[in-house]
Design a protein around this ligand. Sequence first.
Ligand code: MSP
Length: 517
Amino acid sequence: MKKTFYLTTPIYYINDVPHIGHAYCTIAADILARYKRLQGFDVFFLTGNDENSQKTVEAAKKANEEIHQYTDRMSQIWQNTWKALDITYDDFIRTTEPRHIQAVEKIFQKVYQNGDIYKSKYSGPYCWKCEAFYKESDLNDGLCPQHLSKCEILEEENYFFRLSRYQDQLLEHYRQHPQFVLPDYRKKEVLSFLESGLEDISISRMGQSWGIPLPIDKNQVIYVWFDALINYISGIGYGKKKKLKYWPANLHILGKDIIRFHCIIWPAMLLSAGLELPQSLFIHGFFTINGQKISKSLGNAIDPVPIAKKFGNDVLRYYLFADFPFGQDGDFSFSSLLKRINHELADDLGNLLSRTVSMTIKFLNGTLQTGQWNSEEDQPLKQNALELLENLDAHYCQLEYHKLLNRLWNLFRLANKYVERTAPWKLAKEKEKHPRLCQVLYNLAEILRIGGYVLLPIMPKTAEKIFQALGHRQEKNYPQALQWGRLKSGSQVQKIPPLFPKVDPSTLQEFSPPPPP
Ligand code: MSP
């Protein structure tokens, strides 16, 4: 039986359309899902929409639409976006679906029966945008630390979750599972919050008509975060199936803004309900656009689909992960996108492929074959490829896509230098150098073939085109395909259109973000 691998993205609020920041997280998960499938895992990749929020009610009102009609329409937009970006999710969960509601009710009952839910009065600063209560000490000059907007003092009689009861258990779990939250600097942030002491949290809202009614008090609805986090198990059949094939999740991927909900509240809820904790949570950084926070009011949210349509999905995927490490914050700018297309993609990779194919056609009638190995010239190239392959699994599994792409592009650059050094056009002039010419072109093709396999999860279409140009049939056994020398002697190369046509800066005008207000 195949080993399972379950990974998730956050479920996105439905009150807005997807932007590049959302695509960033979803594509990161898609890359890992594809990699794990290639490795032979039985992968389950879940994403979806978070719909039971007050933001939904307001957005539907603003759009002048009946709320279910609004959520159906918006959810379709999210799903279409992921389809357009070739996201290979296995299921899409919506928190208004009966399967989710049933699961939420079941978890609520378990937590309640465990004595972890009680009624009490609460008063404190509340941010409607975050849908979260804050401690006075969390506020930034009296404002919400995320949105820098005014918090309202809410006073309600709510149901509370005994989060404080789980402080020691959580600390112990963190101690025993050093990989629970990654990267390490994010874990430290969670730990310092945990150590500062946990307070119980309100998990219901009074007098709201939108949301999942509390099973024990129909005058209240379940707090949207308590509800939304449960998607990670409702989406794999909790409440319906007796045995959950995919639980515990191997990895939740999420942004740094929602770290406390995921790294403290969610594990505490699971402990209370008697369920296992996920194996790991990876926290990524935030995207700014030309140095500015993505926000509705600035009108700078970039839709990823037109970019993918214009330059190809693979270009977008490459750009998002080549620019900066996934854990850290980074900036999106069209000028750096253009540089990467024209230099790294078109020159370093595209040109390497086209010159390898052209020279093989010109000098060897298009047939690749091994010949005479020259250790001094060939070994450094092969060695560089082998070192990359040794680290491949670690880079993918630790979501170090940035390091992986850097290494791969160093290899392509080395291969380009190797072309200059070995000068196949000179070898082609002397008959007795024929075996050497064959080996040089074979080595170049082999670097490209291996590069194709390395890139399959990140740039699947590019990888296919590389294989097509080299006359190589993609192998089913991925680890085997990653060995040096799997390119068959006798493979017939063929010319294909340029992998990455160069982009003229003027074409970017259609994407220009509005000037700052
Ligand atoms: N609905 C909640 C999540 C519930 S999960 C049980 C939510 N939704 S969201 O749509 O606001 O954000 C979802 C994810 O998108 C978050 O992980 C957030 O970090 C990510 N991003 C939103 N804007 C982003 C950037 N500008 N850059 C990178 N990621 C961003 O929170």
